[in-house]
Design a protein around this ligand. Structure first.
Ligand code: FAD
Length: 467
């Protein structure tokens, strides 16, 4: 060891909680609250300052809040719900000069995301979690057998070492931790690349006069395929306006494109922009396994986002809870092996992972079809069925509706046939995910069957392989 290394090692302050959570976003806060409520020591490491923590790029649409995990009581986050009157999506299809009004199933709120971010931190702290801000995790430590044993961080220029039985990686999209873990001792999913992500940007915009669509989430396709613009009303005069595109596509100029769209809408004349933020989000299937001895990835760090809507808050909250419960099981049995933590993978797949993997098939289809054709088809489809397809990963259309849709959609039949075939593949995939293995040793065989199915998805859609 050099003198410099020795002095660095000597200066490093060491903490030894039971569990270290990296990231004070939704996944991290729900994970930490769950662990703390079981009476274990948990520290959340957040690179942002205490004031800035919770300020995260988002469309502010929170779906399914009625059934969020209880480790942070719903009453705690409710003050951030600025608009609970939204009950449908409004799809503007300029190519067809059409507006589709589609019901959104389940409870939905548009929220003040920063306020929500502060409240979940407060909720996890009330449950007993400690928060270390200004703490940037730089590295992950591992024992000789590969088990993760902690992380190394920098706080205001000073090194900090954290030793823990379990590390929960809640560091969001493109988590830096995963660049540092040697996963050769586990089946942790490393088949991840930039094309699985969407680049997105949003502004909080104030308008003088109330918008007419304050009961709707407004969506509109961008001029090029594989992207959309959104207008989500936090109130009738405060709008979250944003857009995103899949990184397989040629990059869009997000700030300019949003500005152009805002300028063309009369309701935004004279509007003031209050806040601007952008980030990447995973629009892919969930990780096949997000578990390694002593380590689990949750939320965006494990692809737990609905790949067709970009909604990731609910998945992150539940993944946090399930990972924390697996961690507690590990702490109680003194065994944090991949096998013990595996139940976390199963619960994610069972709750939402299978559905998101099936929805990813439609994402794959969208990269291979002409956007005008797809929009024409959407305009012809019955709204309830579209809503079902968007959220459940599957839908069934009876013969009468199918006939009506066919009549309406004359000129798009090629796409329809393609869509129906794709739907069958998505249903097959959903069924296979119901057979997600109960232990890591069976994963490879299951993956082989899944990959065979994905081959048929690429053949059916004509899309380039995504994975
Ligand atoms: C523009 C945009 C719009 C979106 N709109 C919606 C929407 O309307 N509804 C919805 O449900 N979802 C939406 N999403 C997705 C949603 O925001 C995410 O899925 C969700 O925030 C994931 O939560 P998370 O806890 O996994 O990660 P994050 O919320 O990203 O939290 C990660 C945390 O880790 C910290 N961190 C990262 N690296 C380190 C490090 N090395 N050391 C210490 N700390 C670190 C970060 O600072 C951050 O606080 C949107 C995403 C984007 C980008």
């Amino acid at each position: 060891m050099s003198t410099q290394e020795q002095s660095t090692a000597a200066a490093s302050e060491t903490h030894s909680p039971d569990v270290v959570v990296v990231g004070a976003g939704t996944a991290g806060c729900y994970a930490a609250a769950t662990v703390a409520r079981e009476g274990y020591d948990v520290v959340v490491l957040e690179r942002k300052t205490e004031d800035e923590a919770g300020h995260i790029a988002c469309g502010d649409a929170l779906k399914g809040a009625d059934a969020f995990p209880e480790s942070i009581p719903k009453s705690q986050i409710e003050p951030a719900f600025t608009n609970t009157g939204v009950d449908h999506g409004r799809f503007e299809i300029p190519q067809e000069d059409t507006v589709l009004e589609i019901p959104i199933p389940g409870e939905l709120a548009v929220i003040d995301r920063w306020e929500y971010g502060r409240l979940i931190i407060e909720g996890a702290a009330d449950a007993g979690a400690a928060f270390h801000y200004d703490t940037v995790v730089k590295n992950v430590t591992q024992a000789d057998d590969g088990q993760v044993t902690g992380v190394e961080a920098i706080r205001k220029g000073e090194p900090r070492t954290y030793e823990a039985d379990v590390v929960i990686d809640a560091a969001g999209s493109l988590s830096v931790l995963q660049d540092h873990v040697d996963f050769s001792a586990s089946t942790f999913d490393t088949n991840v690349n930039y094309s699985h992500f969407c680049s997105a940007y949003r502004e909080i915009v104030h308008v003088d006069d109330p918008v007419e669509w304050d009961d709707a989430l407004v969506f509109k396709p961008t001029e090029r395929a594989a992207g959309y613009l959104w207008y989500f009303p936090r109130t009738d005069t405060e709008i979250n306006a944003g857009l995103g595109f899949q990184m397989t596509e040629e990059p869009m100029k997000l700030v300019d494109d949003l500005k152009r769209d805002l300028e063309n809408r009369s309701e935004f004349r004279g509007a003031e922009v209050e806040d601007k933020l952008g980030a990447a989000l995973p629009t892919r299937r969930p990780y096949d396994s997000a578990v390694h001895p002593g380590y689990m990835a949750v939320g965006d760090a494990a692809g737990h986002v609905n790949p067709t809507t970009g909604g990731g808050i609910a998945g992150a909250a539940y993944a946090g809870k399930y990972a924390a419960e697996a961690a507690v099981e590990g702490l109680e049995t003194g065994d944090v092996s991949e096998k013990t933590l595996w139940e976390y993978n199963e619960r994610v797949m069972d709750h939402f992972g299978a559905r998101y993997a099936a929805l990813d098939v439609y994402n794959i289809l969208s990269t291979a079809v002409d956007v005008d054709d797809l929009m024409g088809l959407l305009a012809a489809m019955p709204g309830e069925k579209l809503a079902e397809a968007l959220y459940s990963g599957s839908t069934s259309i009876g013969p009468k509706l199918a006939a009506e849709s066919l009549y309406e959609s004359y000129g798009h039949w090629g796409t329809i046939i393609n869509l129906f075939r794709t739907k069958r593949r998505a249903d097959d995939l959903l069924e296979l995910y119901e057979e997600y293995p109960h232990h890591p040793a069976a994963l490879e065989h299951w993956q082989q069957r899944r990959d065979d199915l994905m081959e048929t998805v690429y053949e059916t859609t004509g899309a380039d392989p995504k994975y």
